[in-house]
Structures are given as structure tokens and as C-alpha cells.
Ligand binder design. Structure first.
Ligand code: HEM
Length: 533
């Protein structure tokens, strides 16, 4: 960890360019040159001040509004620009066999991207060393409009029904009274949510603290669809595999050591690597499955708490992403960037994965609140292609989305007077058929524990040791019924896993000073009945 530093490296050329730029006159946002930026206008040099201090009022009221609400989850993040290069193939087959998405068709085709990495639970300046999933959101600025792949580093999730998401986030975030995260609240929820056992097994292992943003994997987690020119669909999962930089995770002790010195290490690591020309790269792989229920599997392909076994559904490389440019302004680009799972291009589609459907409503809804009605007009969010809509108005509209040659009197469709027209279709629609009751039910093949056991057994012994230690540390302060439900889940996953956590908890109880010993210690600290020596 010796290479971690708190200094931000700004290349010399950039600082010199700033110094020598001739047009540096300070102005107001109205373009008025500011001749005095040190003194407000007052009656005599000892005050009082007057209300027509336009420059001061503009400056202070803008400052008062400098923050938009931070993201309700994934508030802490870092971003970078880059490029995605398609291979034109999915494994050995031409990619067109499965999808007509234009950005993927041609080997060597480049599509610009912006990526935002993040931690999930805590606020905008929280440490980047916390045990937490990491966000991995990619915006592809394709010729057909934007495609957002809003993923995480881990390949699965805690829950499969979006109705549970707000409760889950409340349980994981700080206590509403103390404002401190509490493992008892966390595990209270988790111990009543058996489908989370697999995710917890990853999260409390070293995979729960990636060393930085460059050396981690990414995954779309949810199941999507690919649609070809004939309208035929395949189920698809997306995975980002780090290339030359490899994968690196931290032990809890290493993370604590870094956090004591530097709680911004992942942001700095990404920024410095890119400034130094050491561009991180990821290969994008897909797993494909035919679009049906797959009764032969012991899990449902639409269940985001499950991995698709790679021996059965191999990783097929489809392209490579390189991040090679840092943002010029954090707020403009990284903070205002708005990603959503609804943002797909022709040839990509949604599956019936319920979590995905809930997410798809949530992202654009929160962004209209967080950034504003016209968030898609900001340069970081706007497609780098033709945009022409009849939507207009709302706070901060920057321009009308008009096409060149469009009749400016016509902001509706259909019209015979030179308004916007529907586009031609580029292939057959994919039209799945449904014949089922409208209902509120869990999926049939919940199988909450088997893959958690497989994952536990697949870990190396040091990873298992770390997992058990971390779980014991987190659960030891929880009530007995919470602990026993958790041990029950781990035992269902793997008998050895459950036994080791149970034994660890017993040992932690033995090691903990008794109530009587704690009372004596407290009395000594406070000087009552203290030992005279
Ligand atoms: C951010 C909702 C599950 C990955 C967010 C935000 C919301 C949200 C409201 C804030 C967005 C913003 O302010 O711009 C949900 C809901 C979920 C869910 C309702 C489940 C029902 C997931 C899953 C993943 C994920 C399964 C991973 C595959 C992310 C990422 C961000 C994010 C990476 C940050 C995007 C950025 O960098 O701006 N989510 N989420 N979320 N979510 Fe989810």
C-alpha cells in the first residue's frame, strides 16, 4: 500500500496553461467584469450594507444552492471518460446472430463512454475502504443514442423483489436516531431475508472490499435480453473483467490501515493512474441463455441472487473498454451524471427480472428530483447523436430539442406541417407472449442457500477464514435470535460454514469481558473504587 498518497497530482502543463491564459477576467454570470471581489458595498466603510449588492447577492445565493441532493444510494463516487471497442463477435459467433445493437456489430468500432464507480451506503465523503458493494455504471454514447449499464462489482444482489429495496437500504444506512450504521439493524433485516445469504457470503469475504476501482470486476447483475434482426431474443448477463491491472481485494486489517491514513484512496488511485497514462482496461463478456424458463436448472434465470454457472454458460468476450481521460470538473460530470437501467438501445431489451423492472422506474424518477426535469440536456447525460423531441419546458431547459429544418410551430406528432416523424424500424419487434394470472407471489425456484454453499466452498482457505472472522465480528454484537437465524442460513448453505460462524460467536462471547468485569473497568476509569496502585 506504499504507493498510496494524499497528494493530488495535477500535470504541470495544465497548471501552466491556466497561468498563461489571457482571458481570465472575473465576471458575474451576467458577463459583467468584476472590479472588486473583496468588499461589499456599504454605507461608509463600517457598514451597514445595501440590498442592491448584485455581485455579492448573486455569488452568495449561488453558493447557498451549491449542492443538489446527493444520490440516495451510491453517493460517493469517482468517474472517468474512455472508449469501448467492439469485437464484432460473441465468442466464436458473429454478434449479429444474437443482437442487432449497432455498437457491437463491427470489429474495432469505437464508442465513447463515461464511467462512474461508487460505494453504496454512506454519504458523499465517506471512506472508500468500507465493506460495501461497489457501483460500476457505464454510459455508452452510441450512434443510436445512449446505453447505460448500471452494474456493481459483485455479480449478484441481496434481494430479488424491488418492493424490498427501500427497507433494505433503510436497514443498511445509519440508524434514524443515532445516525450511526448498526450491524444489529443490518442483520435484523438480512436474517429475515434468506435470499440475501449468497450476497452476504461475498460481501463479508475479501470480495466485499475491492482494493480500488481499477482492480475490480463489474457486472450488470440483472438479466437482460438481446434481440436480433429477426426479433428473436436471448437472455443475457454482462460482466466486466479487468485486464492488465488484474483483480485485488483487501483484508479487513489492510482496509483499516489504509482508512487510517487516507479515506479517498480509490478516487485518487483512478485519477492518478489516468493522469500518468496507465489507462485501466476491462473486457466486456456476456453469458447467453435461450429465452425460456429453463426448468432443468435449480434456479430461475431471472433471479438476481444467483450466478449462472460459467461451465454451463461460458463468458463470451464482446469488446474492450479503456478509461483514458479524467473529468475536467467533478460536479459537472461525475455528480450530475445520471445512469438508469431503462436506457437501452435497439437490439437490447429488458427481461422480466422483477428487480430490473423496479430499478428501471426508480432511476429516472430519482434523477428528475436529484438533478432536475431537464437532466438529459446536460452535456454529460445528453446523447452525442441526433436528439429531437416534442418535450419542452420545466426548470433549466437549455434549448428546444428541435431538428434542423423542423417547423418551429409544430411541437406535436402526428402533423402534416413539417413536424418530427417516427423513425423506420431496424428489425422485427420482439413480442413475448404472456398467459398468467396477475398475482403477488415469490418465484418458484428460490433455492436460497445452495449457491451460497458453492461460493463458500469455492473460496480459498484464507478467504473462508476472513469471511468467518468478519461475520463473527459483525454478528457478535447482535441479539441472540438474529445470530441464530444467520447461523441457520449459513448451515443450510454449508454445514462447515455454519459450524465455524457458530463456534466463532461462542469464542467471541467467551473473550468478551463479563458484565461484572466491565462494571469494574468503568468504575476504575471513572475513579470510583479505583485500585490505589
Ligand atoms: C444508484 C435504485 C438495485 C447499481 C441508484 C439510485 C437509485 C437506485 C434511486 C440513485 C440514482 C441517482 O441518484 O442517480 C435502485 C433500486 C434497486 C437498485 C430501486 C432495486 C430495486 C441496484 C442493483 C445494482 C445497482 C441490483 C447493481 C447491479 C446502482 C449503481 C448506482 C445506483 C451503480 C449509481 C449510479 C451512478 O454512479 O450514478 N440505485 N437500485 N442498483 N444503483 Fe441502484
Amino acid at each position: 500500500m506504499g504507493n498510496i498518497t494524499t497528494e493530488v497530482y495535477i500535470p504541470l502543463e495544465r497548471s501552466l496553461a491556466l497561468e498563461h491564459d489571457s482571458n481570465q477576467t472575473l465576471t458575474t454570470r451576467q458577463g459583467h467584469p468584476v472590479t472588486d471581489n473583496q468588499n461589499i458595498r456599504t454605507v461608509g466603510n463600517r457598514g451597514p450594507s445595501t440590498l442592491e449588492n448584485y455581485h455579492f447577492i448573486e455569488k452568495i445565493t449561488h453558493f447557498d444552492r451549491e449542492r443538489v441532493p446527493e444520490r440516495v444510494v451510491h453517493a460517493r463516487g469517482a468517474g472517468a471518460h474512455g472508449s469501448f471497442e467492439a469485437y464484432g463477435k460473441a465468442g466464436d459467433e458473429p454478434v449479429s446472430k444474437y443482437t442487432r445493437a449497432k455498437l457491437l456489430q463491427e470489429a474495432g468500432k469505437q464508442t465513447p463512454v463515461f464511467v462512474r464507480f461508487s460505494t453504496v451506503i454512506h454519504g458523499g465523503h465517506s471512506p472508500e475502504t468500507l465493506r460495501d458493494p461497489r457501483g460500476f455504471a457505464v454510459k455508452f454514447y452510441t450512434e443510436d443514442g445512449n446505453w447505460d449499464m448500471v452494474g456493481n462489482n459483485l455479480k449478484i444482489f441481496f434481494i430479488r423483489d424491488p418492493l424490498k429495496f427501500p427497507d433494505m437500504v433503510h436497514a443498511f444506512k445509519p440508524d434514524p436516531l443515532t445516525n450511526v450504521q448498526d450491524m444489529q439493524r443490518f442483520f435484523d433485516f438480512v436474517s429475515l431475508t434468506p435470499e440475501a445469504t449468497h450476497m452476504i457470503t461475498f460481501l463479508f469475504s475479501p470480495w466485499g472490499i475491492p482494493a480500488n476501482y481499477r482492480q475490480m470486476q463489474g457486472s450488470g447483475v440483472n438479466t437482460y435480453k438481446w434481440v436480433n434482426a429477426a426479433g428473436e431474443a436471448m437472455l443475457v448477463k454482462y460482466h466486466w473483467e479487468p485486464q492488465k491491472q488484474g483483480i485485488k481485494n483487501l483484508l479487513q486489517s489492510e482496509a483499516s490501515e489504509i482508512q487510517a491514513m487516507n479515506f479517498n484512496h480509490a478516487t485518487l488511485d483512478l485519477y492518478q493512474a489516468i493522469e500518468a497514462g496507465d489507462y485501466p482496461e476491462w473486457e466486456l463478456c456476456v453469458q447467453l441463455m435461450t429465452d425460456d424458463e429453463h426448468p432443468e436448472l435449480d434456479f430461475d434465470p431471472l433471479d438476481p441472487t444467483k450466478l449462472w454457472p460459467p461451465e454451463q454458460f461460458p463468458f463470451l468476450p464482446i469488446g474492450k473498454m479503456t478509461l483514458n481521460r479524467n473529468p475536467e470538473d467533478y460536479y459537472t460530470e461525475v455528480e450530475q451524471a445520471s445512469f438508469g437501467t431503462g436506457v437501452l438501445v435497439d437490439g437490447l431489451d429488458f427481461s422480466d427480472d422483477k428487480l430490473l423492472q423496479g430499478r428501471t422506474f426508480s432511476y429516472s424518477d430519482t434523477q428528475r428530483h436529484r438533478v432536475g426535469t431537464n437532466y438529459l440536456q446536460l452535456p454529460i447525460n445528453a446523447p452525442k447523436t441526433h436528439v429531437a423531441t416534442n418535450q419542452s419546458g420545466g426548470q433549466m431547459q437549455y434549448r428546444a430539442d428541435r431538428a434542423s429544418g423542423q417547423n418551429p410551430h409544430v411541437n406535436y406528432e402526428p402533423s402534416s406541417m413539417g413536424g418530427l416523424q417516427e423513425a423506420a424500424k431496424s428489425g422485427k419487434d420482439h413480442e413475448p407472449h404472456y398467459d398468467a394470472k396477475l398475482t403477488r407471489h415469490k418465484i418458484d425456484r428460490t433455492n436460497d442457500f445452495k449457491q451460497a454453499g458453492d461460493t463458500f466452498r469455492a473460496f480459498e482457505s484464507w478467504e473462508q477464514d476472513e469471511l468467518v472472522n468478519n461475520l463473527v465480528g459483525a454478528l457478535s454484537g447482535c441479539k441472540e435470535d438474529i445470530r441464530s437465524r444467520m447461523v441457520g442460513y449459513f448451515t443450510e448453505a454449508d454445514a462447515d460454514y455454519g459450524r465455524r460462524v457458530a463456534e466463532g460467536l461462542k469464542q467471541a462471547d467467551r473473550d468478551r469481558p463479563s458484565m461484572a468485569e466491565q462494571a469494574v473497568d468503568k468504575a476504575k476509569r471513572e475513579g470510583h473504587g479505583a485500585d490505589p496502585y
